[in-house]
Write a protein that binds this ligand. Structure first.
Ligand SMILES: Nc1nc2c([nH]c(=O)n2[C@@H]2O[C@H](COP(=O)(O)OP(=O)(O)OP(=O)(O)O)[C@@H](O)[C@H]2O)c(=O)[nH]1
Length: 131
């Protein structure tokens, strides 16, 4: 099975809340809450893919981009390799999400149902916030 590389973004507002999007029921991991992101297209760097995905899915332009880490995960039907970025978002009036969305504190993130792969991604965020 070919591994797909996925750029994910944890966008922070100025109060330390993170933006999550609810996945459509017809998508993989449908109905679960997940970070904005998607496949890195050929010719893109991970960071340019992250910026494009954030703009496409939320209308936001982030700043202070940082690559937090990598995480490989295998679902029964696909192998994924995630690159998790964080960024800051201040111009929130440009927020335009097609899907349901929520800004949550790191502690409240755990209350939403998320894809299995995200357990490790959340650990990366918690580790970073404790540094
Ligand atoms: N955007 C996003 N995708 C996630 C997260 N966690 C997680 O396991 N995924 C999985 O990572 C993949 C994202 O790739 P994609 O954006 O190209 O996938 P997609 O939903 O369009 O699926 P498709 O191309 O099979 O139709 C999906 O399989 C999705 O279920 C997450 O936090 N955010």
């Amino acid at each position: 099975m070919r591994t797909r590389t996925i750029a994910l973004i944890a966008p922070f507002d100025d109060k330390g809340n993170v933006l999550l999007l609810k996945r459509d029921s017809n998508q993989h991991c449908g109905g679960l809450w997940s970070f904005p992101g998607g496949k890195i297209e050929s010719g893109e760097t991970p960071k340019s893919a992250a910026k494009r995905e954030l703009m496409e899915e939320t209308g936001l332009t982030g700043s202070d981009w940082k690559l937090l880490g990598m995480h490989d995960f295998e679902y029964p039907d696909r192998k994924l390799s995630f690159l998790l970025f964080t960024c800051s978002c201040d111009k929130l009036d440009s927020l335009a999400c097609e899907s349901e969305h929520a800004w949550l504190t790191l502690d409240n993130l755990l209350e939403l149902p998320m894809p299995e792969a995200n357990v490790e991604l959340l650990n990366m965020l918690y580790t970073e916030s404790n540094n």
